[in-house]
Design a protein. Structure first.
Length: 280
């Protein structure tokens, strides 16, 4: 296995920071990570190694406004901007490694973005793994707070506030929660634009789930205190045969960090992706 880090600039000279793991054998496919809000690709080393062990390239860019990538912390302008970022990253993957299937592996906010991408641009990717997607929040802000945020969205969409995330809500591993809070790359901010774009695109995805045309593996713990398990259930209910839903009793938000369970859960995702790629 070979690991590397590099910068990647788009046509507007916007800079993405990217991590890459490459297997020692000829790759059977490529997995592009779409991480969550206030997160970065460096926190997915275990997931990357699990895929690489099975012959996949794993590429983990830090998304706009996160990690070591450019942009205002916690902010993006529109959903279209994020879709364009993902298309650019996917096109670079295909240019660098032509002729192999490309898969999205996503977490939280990234799950929302990846499901939306699958619904809007199904021809670009082979399949999607969406873990604990932010379709809705388990505990949405109170109505007066959302009203004030909506006003701010009109007046100052770039305005950022603390996201209020509690590290202990991520998983049952206290050391992992502590590491997240102490990680300087996890900024803990969210702009009103980001919040409403994700909120609206989550509702759109739930409403349009029956239009899926490529396979999606949806995974969620039923005790997730951050993103809504019920919203994932609703997405599943509204979807078609392209969506597979795996529910995990008693588990929190970051399934890939749940002690005693993470190897099994990531293993299920890897085996599912292998099945989709090998069925081609």
């Amino acid at each position: 296995m070979k690991y590397s880090e590099f910068d990647l600039n788009d046509s507007q000279n916007f800079r993405f920071f990217v991590r890459k793991w490459i297997p020692a054998i000829p790759p059977k496919g490529l997995v592009l990570l779409i991480h969550g809000h206030s997160d970065h690709g460096g926190r997915f080393k275990m997931v990357a190694e699990a895929f690489v062990k099975e012959g996949f390239i794993f590429i983990a860019p830090d998304l706009r406004g996160n990690g070591k990538t450019d942009g205002k912390r916690g902010h993006f302008d529109t959903l279209d901007q994020m879709m364009a970022d993902m298309k650019f990253l996917l096109e670079d993957c295909k240019k660098s490694y032509p002729g192999i299937p490309v898969v999205l592996y996503s977490q939280s906010m990234g799950g929302n973005l990846s499901i939306n991408y699958a619904l809007r641009f199904p021809d670009d990717i082979k399949c999607v793994v969406a873990s604990s997607p932010w379709l809705r929040l388990t505990k949405p802000p109170a109505a007066p707070v959302q009203w004030a945020a909506a006003l701010l969205h009109k007046l100052s969409p770039c305005f950022v506030i603390p996201n209020g995330l509690n590290g202990d809500d991520l998983c049952h591993d206290k050391e992992e929660a502590k590491a997240y809070i102490n990680d300087p790359l996890n900024h803990g901010k969210v702009s009103v634009s980001t919040f409403f774009n994700i909120k609206d695109s989550g509702e759109w995805a739930i409403k349009n789930a029956s239009s899926l045309k490529i396979p999606v593996l949806l995974m969620h713990g039923d005790a997730d205190p951050i993103t809504s398990y019920a919203a994932s259930q609703e997405l599943h209910k509204n979807s078609n045969s392209f969506l597979t839903f795996l529910s995990f009793k008693g588990l929190f938000h970051e399934l890939h960090n749940e002690p005693g369970e993470k190897e099994m859960i990531v293993g299920k995702a890897v085996e599912w992706v292998k099945g989709q790629v090998e069925a081609a």
